[in-house]
Design a protein around this ligand. Structure first.
Ligand code: ADP
Length: 297
């Protein structure tokens, strides 16, 4: 089993002719609603790839709560430990997209910001039994810290988004930052070359292994003194939204199945590459047979 502790957001996406400046109103196009949030995306990614997944998180008691719970449940994710929070809205992301594809995003965490260490303790049995527990930074540190302590299996921490002042849990087995998140943790400029990425990653303390996702450059894996670059799969990307979430969900599935970190990283690169070939967050997440097919190519 895989436990994902994290956020659920209803994404509200509006096309805009251009982004408003402060004080300005811009008329946009029709709004679209999609289930999102890193926790929910990673849970759906893992479930679609064949993982047995439980999602630990908080939603409100509004309509969005029902939409979000139904969306993850439809993928077979166990929502027993999804807590309803009276008087607080479900998390939402307000996303404006201009004609060039550039977006600006406001996340209102709502119920996600109310996830507590006690919530994780109530899910203690799931966390202790899970082969892999996946964490990110759209819920309070105290929840992540408690989950990492309770986890019986491998702890994968995706320090995303890069939150100033966020403190990763003390016990992390595999840290999965992208370049920006790595720079935030290491206190360096955003590294560009593989050597710069490796130099920044060695400044990190605490994780047994670091897997830095590098977009179209694949991943750099650092374990002890070993360093391995796994190139990205050659695909034609149309939308890289949730590629990182897909990678983390897929990595969790492969690790839960007993693959080595190197094998798991390669498998997750295949899944994440496929997710970039389709639009959207959760709709873009691939199924297992698609990943296996890409790996045979
Ligand atoms: P994030 O979305 O968190 O910024 P990345 O952009 O690093 O994460 O992407 C995560 C993973 O998705 C990469 O490590 C890679 O395996 C895959 N990926 C992203 N962009 C591409 C691309 N253009 N081609 C192939 N794979 C990609």
């Amino acid at each position: 089993m895989i436990a994902v502790v994290g956020s659920l957001n209803l994404d509200l996406v509006t096309p805009v002719p251009r982004h408003p400046v402060p004080g300005e109103t811009v008329l946009g196009g029709d709004i679209a609603e999609h289930p999102g949030g890193k926790g929910a995306n990673q849970a759906v990614a893992a479930a679609r790839l064949g993982g047995q997944v439980a999602l630990i998180g908080r939603v409100g008691e509004d309509d969005a709560a029902g939409v979000m719970a139904a969306a993850v449940r439809a993928e077979g994710v166990d929502t027993t430990h999804l807590v309803r929070t009276p008087g607080v809205p479900t998390g939402r992301a307000l996303i404006a997209v201009d004609p060039s594809g550039e977006n600006s995003i406001i996340v209102s965490p709502g119920a996600n910001s109310r996830l507590t260490a006690a919530d994780c303790r109530r899910a203690g049995e799931v966390l202790s039994l899970a082969r892999v527990t996946v964490l990110q930074q759209e819920v309070p540190d105290e929840a992540n810290h408690a989950a990492a302590e309770l986890a019986g299996g491998v702890v994968v921490h995706n320090p995303a988004p890069a939150v100033t002042g966020a403190v990763p849990p003390r016990r992390v087995d595999v840290l999965v930052p992208n370049r920006t998140e790595l720079a935030a943790l290491a206190g360096t400029p955003v590294p560009r070359t593989i050597d710069e990425v490796a130099a920044a990653a060695v400044k990190l303390r605490g994780a047994d292994a670091v897997v830095v996702t590098l977009g179209g450059d694949g991943v750099l894996l650092l374990e002890g003194t070993a360093r391995l670059h796994v190139p990205a799969f050659a695909v034609e990307p149309v939308d890289t939204t949730a590629a990182g979430d897909c990678f983390c969900g897929a990595l969790a599935v492969a690790l839960a199945e007993g693959r080595t970190l190197e094998q798991a990283a390669r498998w997750a690169c295949a899944a994440a590459a496929l997710s970039t070939t389709r639009a959207g967050a959760q709709p873009s997440l691939p199924r297992r047979d698609e990943v296996e097919k890409l790996l045979r190519r």
